[in-house]
Write a protein that binds this ligand. Structure first.
Ligand SMILES: *[C@@H]1O[C@H](CO)[C@@H](O)[C@H](O)[C@H]1NC(C)=O
Ligand SMILES: *[C@@H]1O[C@H](CO)[C@@H](O)[C@H](O)[C@H]1NC(C)=O
Length: 304
């Protein structure tokens, strides 16, 4: 009898534990991935590659329509010396400021990718103990005219349209700059309501940096594409946790599943480690042929 009661109690305890476990899981915030928003921001990111700046400024470029119809460019920021570019403007349909960064020039992309294989973590992120980043990506945003230009553009837009949300985006190296920008807006300018969504961006810092990043931008999204090598760089070395680059979460991996005529693309929401082994990392770096690299354009990122 004693024993039976004890067993009942034990079973009850287990059930309670299981239930509370489940409750905890349910209470964990669902990843804030919005596929429509991703498609919209992919169009904004594609538009920044327009070479005709007057078309971009007047939002009459080829990519300036569809989901981004009616966008008003407030500032176009160009750093001629470093060949960098970004724009800031007002998206009336989302009632938000959109900031988009342009990545590397197409003609230098191969050298750029080869360099990334060997890139060290060589800069201490200011104010964050043990957080190390890639100095090149850090300076592309912080030590060029882009930073002041973007801050100024955001202020102008918010003066005209109120304290509306800010959406920061970019593709490839533009995604790296977008990440430093979003963090800067929060950490150094105390701005709120900052959304970061990038496409095919490289790694930018170490694991300590990634965990700081996650604290400030818990809903950041990095969209990756099955055939893009850039998100694999600089490489992640699983067995050297102290030395390696480490992505911040959360990755959304766009890839095809199925065979032949039954292929369809899925957007897989990855875990909150930043380095989910079942997402783009499941496609080994050694499978890419560095000599035949074709960098996917941002518009293709969502359609593998
Ligand atoms: C997703 O984003 C779109 C475009 O910004 C927005 O209209 C829609 O309300 C969002 N959906 C959710 C569930 O937040
Ligand atoms: C950026 O410029 C500042 C001031 O000139 C300098 O101290 C810093 O080291 C530079 N950062 C990088 C990553 O080069």
């Amino acid at each position: 009898m004693e024993r039976r009661r004890w067993l009942q109690a034990a079973v009850l305890m287990c059930l309670l534990l299981l239930c509370s476990g489940r409750e905890l899981k349910n209470k964990r915030q669902a990843p804030a991935y919005n596929s429509t928003l991703a498609k919209t921001l992919a169009e904004y990111t594609s538009a920044v590659y327009t070479n005709d700046l007057s078309q971009l400024f007047t939002w009459t470029c080829e990519k300036c329509g569809d989901l981004t119809e009616g966008f008003e460019v407030i500032d176009l920021i160009i750093d001629v010396k470093n060949c960098l570019e970004a724009y800031v403007g007002f998206a009336s349909d989302m009632s938000a400021v959109v900031v988009a960064f342009r990545g590397t020039q197409e003609n230098s992309i191969q050298n750029w990718i080869e360099d990334l294989f060997w890139k060290q973590l060589d800069f201490d992120y200011p104010g964050m103990t043990e957080a190390k980043v890639h100095s090149g990506f850090y300076s592309a945003y912080h030590n060029t005219t882009l930073r002041d230009g973007v801050i100024n553009g955001i202020q102008k837009t918010r003066e005209a349209y109120g304290n509306i949300p800010i959406m920061v985006t970019g593709h490839s190296m533009g995604g790296a700059m977008a990440s430093f920008c979003a963090l800067d807006l929060i950490v150094n300018y105390g701005l709120e309501d900052v959304t970061l969504l990038t496409f095919g961006q490289p790694r930018i810092g170490n694991a300590v940096f990634a965990s700081h990043f996650k604290k400030y931008l818990p809903n950041a999204i990095r969209v990756t594409n099955a055939h893009d090598i850039v998100p694999h760089l600089p490489p992640y070395y699983q067995y050297f946790p102290q030395k390696t680059y480490h992505h911040f979460p959360r990755e959304v991996w766009v890839h095809n599943i199925g065979l032949d005529s039954l292929v369809y693309p899925i957007e897989q929401i990855c875990d909150d480690s930043g380095e989910d082994p079942t997402c783009s990392r499941s496609f080994p770096l050694s499978c890419f042929n560095i000599l035949s690299l074709v960098n996917s354009l941002p518009a293709d990122v969502l359609s593998p």
